[in-house]
Design a binder for this molecule. Structure first.
Ligand code: DQQ
Length: 532
């Protein structure tokens, strides 16, 4: 088209054109990473859903293959919806996915590679004994989807969980099988929570108490915790609990260290949904893929010719405090770093803004450590402030505070008509300090008709070192931020009209009474990746 693409990303995963939603069946197989995704081959809006397929050696540069699964049989004729891959112990990958059948029911199917010696696994077969799970009479056939990667129990059978709801109780049904073909529903769901509505894309995996190494989904042991993540259709956020899994009885009991439900822990406090993780045996890590939807209008998507990106894949592991997960962009991303500029010991007094010059600010990676000498100026935290997003939108980034707001001004236009601040503000509570992290899209664009939310989360961090770190990946229409070394993540989609390409600027700022020091900042221009 004639339209200049102002908002296409340079190093995020997206198809060449058309609509993409959730990541499907991510896996590593014989030296190659596979990513499948929900895709409309006919346009930039949701519909006609197939499993598109791309492969990579480094999770950053991708080659697109033909779709692996398209509607063709009675058991998926109305859509090939989300699902997962499991690599069976004899190195045979199997896909479990949701088919929308000829009666518009959601059923679970399987598919296998047509030719295991094809290193790309280009061709997939949907055997005729599908579906392998149907909703029967007990389960709501319009709310029964997204089978997880299967895991092997100590009692010798395979397990998968499937998202659902019964009335308004969200749940993950547990199904088990001895042969991966005949599946039976376990009476009790693996977990359910009243008033949370439909659970999409459940994910269930172990995390180690020690270090950053990931664990294969079927690994069982006493020294692990398990993560249960669900995507809440009602709020469009993903929440997770940490808990204990009993591999003899297949029971999961969440720890009571955080809320279980929509007020619980989130992978990301912004635009990040329908995620899936997989174990990478090459680098012994667990990697998380999540979808960041557009925040512009359907009409904008149609004129752009595309919609949807995947967030940069993240390594996930257990915080040493055992109470939450930590996330960090996979290290392969660093290979795209080109020119670097640094800032050392730059003091920021109240109201100060300092530009980071010399990099491509519309396509950049920034890491910064802020420090402060005292928290005496921290404002009192109102215990009724449970909703970080509400606090953040009330206080904003420009009005003066005590300690903060301080942080980055990303995708800023020359005269600051447009800017997206990513920042912290520290409060004093009864017994501790409370750190608020925000990514505020309200001033991100002069254009109307966009969704410009104020995203925010709290950062559960020990401030005794008087330091707070922030990393932001800036890529034209997306800002992915990692606060406190990956404790709190926020992804925002923004569509600046002036702060584009060479006209985008990056700054550090402080609007708090307490002076803040940029102890150390590195910002890199990012090279574009080869994506599809
Ligand atoms: N959308 C898919 C479902 C999944 C949801 C259909 C996630 O399988 O539950 O494209 O956005």
């Amino acid at each position: 088209t004639e339209i200049k693409q102002l908002h296409r990303t340079g190093f995020h995963f997206q198809p060449h054109r058309h609509w993409m939603n959730g990541p499907n069946g991510p896996m590593y197989f014989k030296g190659i990473y596979h990513l499948f995704y929900q895709y409309n081959p006919e346009g930039a809006v949701w519909g006609n859903i197939v499993w598109a397929h791309s492969i990579s050696k480094d999770l950053i540069n991708w080659k697109s293959l033909k779709p692996a699964l398209s509607p063709s049989k009675p058991f998926d004729i109305n859509g090939c919806w989300s699902g997962s891959a499991t690599v069976l112990p004899d190195l045979k990958p199997v896909i479990l996915y949701t088919g929308i059948d000829s009666q518009n029911r959601q059923v679970q199917n399987y598919a296998i590679p047509a030719n295991l010696s094809d290193p790309h696994l280009t061709e997939w077969v949907k055997p005729d004994n599908n579906p392998i799970v149907d909703p029967g009479t007990e389960v709501n056939s319009s709310a029964f989807r997204d089978p997880s990667t299967a895991w092997l129990s100590l009692n010798g059978h395979w397990n998968t969980i499937i998202g659902s709801r019964s009335e308004q109780t969200g749940m993950a049904y547990l199904y088990r099988s001895r042969d991966f073909l005949n599946w039976t529903k376990v009476e009790q769901p693996l977990h359910s929570v009243p008033n949370t509505g439909m659970w999409e894309c459940p994910d269930f995996y172990p995390v180690s108490h020690f270090g950053r190494f990931g664990l294969d989904t079927s690994v069982m042991g006493n020294w692990f915790k398990h993560v249960l993540k669900v995507s809440l259709e009602m709020t469009r956020y993903e929440y997770y609990t940490l808990g204990k899994y009993y591999p003899m009885t297949d029971k999961y009991v969440p720890d009571n260290t955080s809320a279980d439900g929509w007020s619980g822990l989130r992978y990301d406090y912004g635009n990040f949904y329908a995620s899936k993780s997989f174990y990478d045996p090459m680098k012994k890590r667990r990697v998380l893929w999540g979808w960041a939807n557009e925040s512009d209008s359907v009409q904008d998507d149609v004129s752009k010719g595309w919609a949807g990106i995947q967030a940069i894949p993240r390594m996930v592991w257990l915080d040493p405090n055992g109470k939450q997960l930590l996330q960090w962009p996979v290290m392969e991303l660093n290979r795209l770093r080109r020119k670097i500029v640094m800032m050392l010991n730059q003091k920021l007094v109240k109201g100060q803004i300092v530009e980071i010059k010399g990099i491509t600010a519309a396509q950049a990676d920034v890491e910064v450590i802020f420090s402060f000498s005292s928290l005496d100026n921290a404002e009192a935290f109102d215990p009724s402030w449970v909703d970080a997003q509400a606090v953040c939108s009330q206080l904003g980034s420009t009005a003066q505070g005590g300690v903060g707001p301080f942080g980055l001004l990303t995708l800023a236009s020359e005269n600051l008509e447009e800017f997206t601040p990513v920042f912290f503000r520290i409060f004093k509570a009864e017994a501790n300090h409370v750190v608020l992290m925000c990514s505020d899209a309200r001033s991100s664009s002069l254009k109307d008709g966009l969704y410009k939310p104020t995203f925010a989360g709290f950062v559960d961090i020990d401030l005794s070192s008087k330091k707070l770190s922030l990393r932001s990946l800036i890529d034209h229409s997306v800002i992915e931020s990692f606060g406190g070394g990956g404790k709190t993540c926020i992804t925002s989609r923004v569509y600046p009209t002036k702060a584009v390409f060479g006209d985008a600027h990056l700054h550090v700022f402080n609007n708090g009474t307490e002076s803040i020091t940029v102890e150390y900042l590195s910002a890199w221009s990012m090279r574009s990746a080869w994506v599809n």
